[in-house]
Design a protein around this ligand. Structure first.
Ligand code: UT7
Length: 333
């Protein structure tokens, strides 16, 4: 598959560390020095995930030069859908992508990468030509705003990438890995809660809800700095590509210290590590496409550039991919 377009959208409300510190027992200094985050965007009552993701997807269609009715597949990676039955069909309707099949995929902060790889399999199978892969989350709706260990980390956003079928020798998905370890699931959860609802004698139903995000930050940090370099090293070994051939590291934006640690492991200069944590914090499934779109639009990522990408987070789940950006109107497909 070839990566031919990108788009993104964030809510207009900006919440700075300073402003947050007036509500929670934290400080700009603590948040910046421990995470690199300076601010995050927060969705308002009328800014649902469908709207944010549709805006990102439309910008992506425009950049790729596609009409909505040319799209065969829409995969939405999210852990905070507007509707647990699926939000991707709402995006399909909002775009007018009447020929596309649309479904959600959940793998937390690895979700976008897993969705991109999934879309790649459909395109490689030959039955589909064009796919929109969207990563979008609104975790501001699911954090405990009294828990300073988590509420300072997350923000809302959406990003999308347009991919099209392509001969194998021109693929932009050079290699990938996907991993899960459910035995460590308790390290990071947005788990269902239920309350007893007696129905009849001997029959009690459970009414569902969700508890706010719980995270063992130190365990997740150790997991990330161990597994992300390992999966990227595996990809480089398999492909025979060396780290100095990479134009960019495009990692899940969770913590600047994680980005720096991965870069140092491969001796990649910090200037080649894409980061927008200072502006948006951790937008979960959205971080990778949001970052990619910013770097494509400001000209840092150019056609032909090679990117090493990795997503990691709840599940626990993690993965990596070596990607070559083609951009709109490129040749080779
Ligand atoms: O997207 C999914 C993947 N997620 C991640 O990759 C997150 C990985 N984890 C991390 O990035 C880091 O573990 C955190 C940023 C979450 C936390 O940083 P840390 O350096 O591991 O801090 P800590 O949890 O060890 O806490 C150190 C201290 C504690 O105080 P004491 O016990 O030493 O007195 C915390 O209570 O910092 C305190 N603390 C805070 N202080 C001010 C925790 N959160 C805050 C806060 N403001 N917001």
């Amino acid at each position: 598959m070839a990566l031919v377009g990108s788009g993104s959208a964030v809510p207009s409300t900006r919440l700075s560390n300073e402003a947050l510190s007036t509500r929670v027992d934290t400080s700009d200094d603590w948040i910046r020095s421990r995470t690199g985050i300076g601010a995050r965007r927060i969705a308002g009552p009328h800014e649902g995930l469908t709207q944010l993701a549709s805006e990102a997807a439309q910008a992506c269609l425009d950049q790729a030069g596609w009409r909505a009715d040319q799209v065969d597949l829409i995969v939405l990676a999210t852990s905070s859908p507007d509707d647990l039955f699926g939000t991707a069909p709402r995006i399909q309707a909002a775009l007018g992508a009447s020929n596309a099949v649309a479904f959600d995929l959940t793998a937390a902060c690895s979700g976008f990468l897993f969705a991109l790889i999934t879309a790649g399999q459909y395109l490689a199978g030959g039955t589909m030509q064009r796919a929109l892969v969207i990563g979008a989350d609104q975790l501001s709706r699911w954090v405990d705003w009294d828990d300073r260990r988590t509420c300072v980390l997350f923000g809302d956003g959406a990003g999308a990438v347009a991919v099209e079928a392509c001969p194998a020798e021109h693929t932009g998905l050079l290699a990938f890995r996907m991993r899960s370890d459910g035995s460590r699931n308790a390290c990071l959860t947005l788990a269902q809660t239920h309350t007893h609802t007696p129905l009849l004698e001997g029959v009690t139903a459970q009414r569902g809800g969700f508890a706010p995000i719980q995270m063992n930050g130190q365990e997740v940090y150790k997991f990330a700095v161990r597994e992300v370099p390992a999966v990227l090293a595996d990809l480089l070994d398999t492909t025979g590509i060396s780290a100095d051939q990479l134009d960019w590291l495009l990692l899940h934006q969770a913590n600047q210290r994680i980005l720096d640690a991965v870069a140092d492991r491969f001796a990649v200069p910090h200037g080649r590590v894409l980061s927008n944590l200072a502006h948006y914090g951790n937008t979960s499934a959205a971080t990778i496409p949001l970052m990619l779109d910013e770097a494509v639009r400001d000209g840092r990522v150019q056609p032909g550039h090679l990117l090493a990408s990795s997503g990691f987070g709840a599940g626990l789940s993690w993965g990596g991919a070596l990607l070559r950006w083609r951009g709109p109107g490129g040749r080779g497909c």
